[in-house]
Design a protein around this ligand. Structure first.
Ligand code: PEP
Ligand code: MG
Length: 590
């Protein structure tokens, strides 16, 4: 590990996840919890000490619970039953006893013993066909988290509560944490982990705060209050900048902001190629408030509303009216332009704390998105009712995420129809002809696109996941980021297949993954036959401007060449040679 005690200037290089330059003081947050527990051996002589460490963490956790129960007003006491259950669980033989035993017999550290025993107990409960026991599995999880926090001596950091103008430095930030960032306080952020297509980086771009991810050791090099510079366009972080460096980056900041102002102004012109082809360029949003940004950048509608963010960072599922109010706001602001509301895509990297689901070994391949909703029809129905009700106030499309089989479409539509029938019977207005689409983000769906096209009104290609699943590259893992290539021949062939299947069946093929927001990809997507692009709102102006410099006829011919290439490197070279020049006049340079 590098040790910088002498305040000399150092430049770190990571993944430039969100452009812009900020200069400020570092604020280290350790938001990692139970997931990063490591296993280590305990010598026989230290076993007693290790067991005592666990016992005192459990005792502290129990005292915390008692304090909560005692401070609860009498009239609300009936709601503390669950906490009483948690207190009992803390002394339970199956849990407490087994953890002590694991430390002793396996000579492992208390954190690892806790994690291991809890996973076993939860698996046993979950396998029992009884809802009571399934609930207990989630209680065990809560109890374990509380003990773990005491074991590792971790205070919970609440990003929302930070009240200084700082730059956050963290090992990792979850999408939920990132969405808590208060723009007037946090200037930018820097993390050790994370990749370009992670949700954390997507949110940073939407919030328009500079971010550099995947730095590996930023948290060990940077100390609280260090003066740092973050350049999110070039993935640079300067620690202890010299006077001259400060001036250089300050100038860069000014010129970036000037460039952005100029390009933004052009966002309201239409995206029409010089030979008259008009492509709609839409905005992706995570929170309803972002719709204003989308409008300001000239969006032709909302191509992806990631609704799951309304479910994160809260203690329980939102109700129908709460969801409806938010959807209606967005729909009314955009009307008559379309708003594509994607149904809940939780789990994967967006776990919801209040569900009782066990930790999954492979969350990206697990009970995520539509799979989760089909398993929880009540949660799904509540959201569908809210979406349908909002459809009476503008132009709404509904979009199902992570479809991997035909049957999932049929089942999802059945639940949607049932929700519509119920609303009809209740005399509530909604659009009976609402357009239904599916995300094409699992290779199986791309392969079955010709069959699936018969069941829906549109496709929306989610390249963030499609690349992840097709090339087997974790979208948030910096160590494999070099393999994460939107222009890989396998990906462009899949996109072609999907666009062709859509055309042959008279439906539209849209794209809402990050690939759509990189202006250099515009000629490729145009040539492949994509009908509409949706992206982070701030990239709309430059993508529109790129489209205006192109000819659809040329793009179609060009793509024929691309489809013959064997490697991403060759495709990228062809695209750069042909279109890099046009783009370089439009992008921001150092
Ligand atoms: C995608 O996978 O490309 C997509 C748009 O969805 P998300 O990034 O929310 O997974
Ligand atoms: Mg996705």
């Amino acid at each position: 590990m590098e040790n910088i005690d002498d305040n000399r200037e150092i430049i770190l290089h990571g993944i430039g996840a969100s452009p812009g330059v900020c200069i400020g003081h570092a604020y280290i947050v350790d938001t990692e919890g139970v997931d990063v527990v490591r296993k280590y051996h305990i010598d026989s002589a230290c076993l007693k000490n290790e067991k005592n460490r666990f016992k005192s963490a459990a005792k502290k956790a129990k005292n915390e619970l008692r304090a909560i129960i005692e401070s609860t007003p009498e009239e609300l006491r009936q709601h503390t039953n669950i906490l009483e259950t948690h207190m009992v669980l803390m002394k339970d033989k199956m849990l407490y006893g087994k953890i002590i035993e694991a430390i002793e017999k396996e000579q492992i550290n208390a954190e690892w013993a806790l994690k291991k025993v809890v996973a076993n107990v939860q698996a046993t409960f979950k396998n029992l066909d009884d809802s009571y026991f399934k609930e207990r599995a989630s209680d065990v999880g809560h109890v374990s988290d509380r003990i773990m926090r005491n074991l590792v001596g971790m205070d919970q950091v609440n990003i929302k509560d930070i009240n200084k103008r700082v730059i956050l430095i963290a090992r990792d930030l979850s999408p939920a944490e990132t969405s808590q960032i208060q723009l007037e306080r946090i200037k930018g952020f820097v993390t050790d982990r994370g990749g370009m297509a992670s949700h954390t980086s997507i949110i940073a771009r939407t919030l328009e705060i500079p971010a550099v991810l995947g730095l590996d050791n930023a948290t060990s090099i940077i100390k609280n209050d260090d003066l740092i510079i973050v350049d999110g366009a070039f993935g640079e972080v300067v620690v202890h900048p010299a006077e001259q460096t400060l001036e250089q980056y300050y100038n860069r900041k000014i010129s970036y902001e000037k460039h952005k102002a100029v390009i933004t102004q052009s966002g309201h012109f239409t995206a029409e190629t010089s030979d008259g082809f008009h492509l709609k360029v839409m905005g992706n949003i995570e929170l309803p408030e972002e719709v204003v940004t989308a409008v300001n950048y000239g969006s032709d509608g909302i191509g992806l509303y990631r609704t799951e963010f309304q479910y994160l960072s809260r203690p329980n599922f939102p109700g129908e009216n709460e969801l409806f109010d938010k959807y209606k706001d967005v729909v009314e602001i955009m009307a008559p332009k379309p708003v594509t509301i994607r149904t809940l895509d939780i789990n994967g990297d967006k776990a919801v704390a209040y569900t009782s689901d066990a930790e999954e070994a492979n969350p990206a391949l697990g009970l995520r998105a539509i799979r989760y909703c089909l398993k929880k029809p009540d949660v799904f129905n509540t959201q569908l009712r809210a979406i349908l009700r909002a459809s009476a106030f503008g132009n709404v499309r509904v979009l199902f995420p992570m479809i991997s089989t035909y049957d999932e479409i049929i089942e999802a539509k059945k639940i949607l129809n049932k929700a519509a029938d119920a609303l009809y019977n209740e005399g509530i207005n909604f659009n009976e002809n609402i357009e239904i689409g599916i995300m094409i983000e699992v290779p199986a769906a791309a392969i079955m696109a010709d069959v699936m096209a018969k069941e829906v009104d549109f496709f929306s290609i989610g390249t963030n996941d499609l690349i992840q699943y097709a090339l087997a590259v974790d979208r948030g893992n910096k160590d494999v980021a070099h393999l994460y290539q939107p222009l890989d021949p396998a990906i462009i062939r899949m996109i072609k297949r999907v666009a062709d299947a859509a055309k042959a069946n008279g439906i539209k093929a849209f794209m809402c993954g990050e690939m759509a927001g990189d202006p250099i990809n515009a000629p490729v997507l145009l040539g492949l036959g994509i009908d509409e692009l949706s992206m982070n709102p701030q990239t709309i102006p430059i993508v529109k401007s790129m489209i205006r410099s192109l000819k659809i006829g040329d793009a179609r011919l060009f793509v024929k060449d691309l489809l013959k290439q064997a490697s991403a490197k060759e495709v990228i070279k062809l695209v750069q040679d042909r279109y890099g020049g046009i783009l370089s006049e439009k992008v921001y340079k150092k």
